[in-house]
Each structure stands twice: as C-alpha cells, then as structure tokens.
Design a binder for this molecule. Structure first.
Ligand SMILES: C[S@@+](CC[C@H](N)C(=O)[O-])C[C@H]1O[C@@H](n2cnc3c(N)ncnc32)[C@H](O)[C@@H]1O
Length: 280
C-alpha cells in the first residue's frame, strides 16, 4: 500500500491551490465550491457526476455520512452543502487530508465536514456508526475488495445505504498505463462490473440501483488528444494531485474506455435490517 500512498502524496498541495486561486484573481474570503471544482473533484465527470449521485443518494440533513477515499474533499463538501448532512471523510494520503481540512476551513464548512487520515481497510469507527456511505472512485487501488466492502459495511447502520461510483474492468485487458489512479499495473486492481457486484453481495450488501455509466465516461473523454511535447496545464487541475503527466493519463483513460478495457458504474446498496430506504 506504500507505493499507492506515495503516488497520492504531492508536496505543499494546499499552498499550490491557494497560489492558483490567487493567480486566477479569486478573493480568498469568497472562494466557492465551484472555484475549487477543477482540482478537488477527482473522478470522471467531476461535479456533474457528484450532483447526479447526490440526487440518487436520498441522504437527508439529519444524517451523518462517511466518505471513503475522499481525496481533498471536493465531493465531501458538495454532498454536505447540497443535502445539509454531516460528512466525515477518510483518505490514505495525509497530504490530501491536510489539504481537505484547510480547504474546508477556507470555505467555513468545518462544523459539518471533517477529515481523518486512515485506510479504508481499517476504519477508525465503531460498528453501525454511520447513516450512509459515499465512496467515489477508490476501489481501483484496493486489491482485497471483499475486505474493503466488509469493513465499509461494518461501520454502516443496518438499513443505511452506500453510494459507490467506481471504475471497473471490462471485456479486454491489459490496460494502457499510466492512468489517473495508477502509474503502473502494480497499483491498479480492476475487476469486471459483474464481479464487483458479486463481491458487494458477498460483503453483505443488497443492491438497489445499478447503472452502467461507461457511455457517459466515453463521451466525457472523447476529445482528449494524445499529448505532443509538454502540454500546457491549467492553473488549477488534478495534475496538482497526481503529477504533470496528467495529459497522458487522461489520453490513456480515453483509450481504455473506447477499447472496452475499463467501465464505470454507479450503485446504491443497503445494509439489510433497520428501516431500509433503498431507492431503485
Ligand atoms: C481517484 S482518487 C478519488 C478521490 C475522491 N473520492 C474524489 O472523487 O475526488 C482515489 C483516492 O482513493 C484514496 N485511496 C486509495 N486507496 C485507499 C485506501 N486503501 N484507503 C483510503 N483511501 C485510499 C487515494 O488516496 C485517493 O485520494
């Protein structure tokens, strides 16, 4: 897990983002979720996908949700902002968690949103603790998916739901590397969607919603060109999180999607028991 941790550990990330905001002429006392979106929603289709998932979630203001693999907390904050619920984020990367905490303070959202550095395979919370789980594009780095999903289910209250938005494998292998979540194959553990669904069921989840979003992912990446020379990077972008070769990573993701090496799913699943409110 060490090499995954170091992949997601850029230096001085918060100050680089602040520098970017300054260069864009933003007033730091009035920074919004949308200002940060280019850098803090590190998943396919960014805030558009987050908003769709929030609608699907059914999460309400009285709930406390756990964001597993929250990155620097863009969708964590958006989830709290749009639903009014309390959200706790955990991530393997200390640098991301430090940045998540400082950005949350900058947006004055720290009363409802907090973060801890932790592994998704060893969550520092009691059984049946959270009303809901939210996890966007983290499974790719997790080899033991059954252990991860069982651990996720453990901290969820009976009747609570989990919203997952995940990159899976597809009909063809191998993948082109690097991709946004991995420099090489030693960091990427994709299984086909049908297998992912089976592992969720084996971990004790009951599947409510199951949507294939691969076509939307393909459309989102359809225009990404193979980089020539040193491409110009925007002031704010996820390259700050995972390196300047992001253009190559995005191009490889396009190829992996188009050649059916990668797929994308969204799901809402419940932990049986309690007062279940499963959509779908
Ligand atoms: C592609 S990013 C997605 C981040 C965030 N969910 C988002 O959508 O902006 C994947 C994240 O998973 C985290 N991660 C990978 N393996 C993990 C593990 N075992 N436990 C906790 N976090 C992990 C990484 O540190 C990284 O922040």
């Amino acid at each position: 897990m060490k090499h995954i941790h170091s992949y997601y550990s850029p230096n001085d990330l918060y100050n680089k983002i602040i520098d970017g905001l300054n260069r864009l002429g933003k007033d730091l006392s009035k920074v919004t979720l949308d200002d940060l979106q280019p850098v803090d929603e590190f998943h396919i289709r960014g805030d558009t996908a987050t908003k769709e998932l929030i609608k699907l979630s059914g999460f309400t203001p009285d709930m406390h949700i756990l964001d597993v693999g929250c990155g620097i907390g863009g969708s964590t904050r958006r989830l709290s902002h749009e639903t009014g619920c309390r959200v706790t984020g955990i991530d393997l990367s200390d640098e991301y968690i430090d940045t998540a905490q400082r950005l949350t303070k900058l947006l004055n959202m720290q009363e409802k949103v907090d973060f801890h550095a932790a592994s998704a395979l060893e969550l520092p919370f009691d059984d049946d603790f959270f009303d809901g789980i939210w996890s966007l594009q983290m499974n790719m780095n997790v080899e033991d998916k059954l252990a991860w999903l069982k651990e996720t289910r453990r901290v969820l209250k009976p009747g609570g739901t989990a919203v997952l938005y995940e990159v899976c494998g597809n009909k063809n292998t191998p993948l082109y590397f690097p991709v946004p979540w991995a420099q090489d194959s030693s960091m990427s553990f994709l299984i086909p969607p049908e297998s992912f669904r089976e592992v969720m069921i084996a971990a004790g989840f009951e599947i409510g919603v199951w949507n294939d979003k691969t076509d939307l992912a393909q459309k989102a990446f359809a225009k990404v060109q193979e980089p020539v020379g040193k491409p110009e990077l925007p002031v704010l972008g996820v390259y700050l999180l995972v390196g300047d070769d992001i253009s190559t990573k995005a191009y490889n993701l396009r190829r992996n999607l188009e050649e059916e090496r990668v797929s994308l799913i969204e799901t809402v699943a419940a932990k049986p028991g309690g007062k279940q409110a499963l959509p779908g």
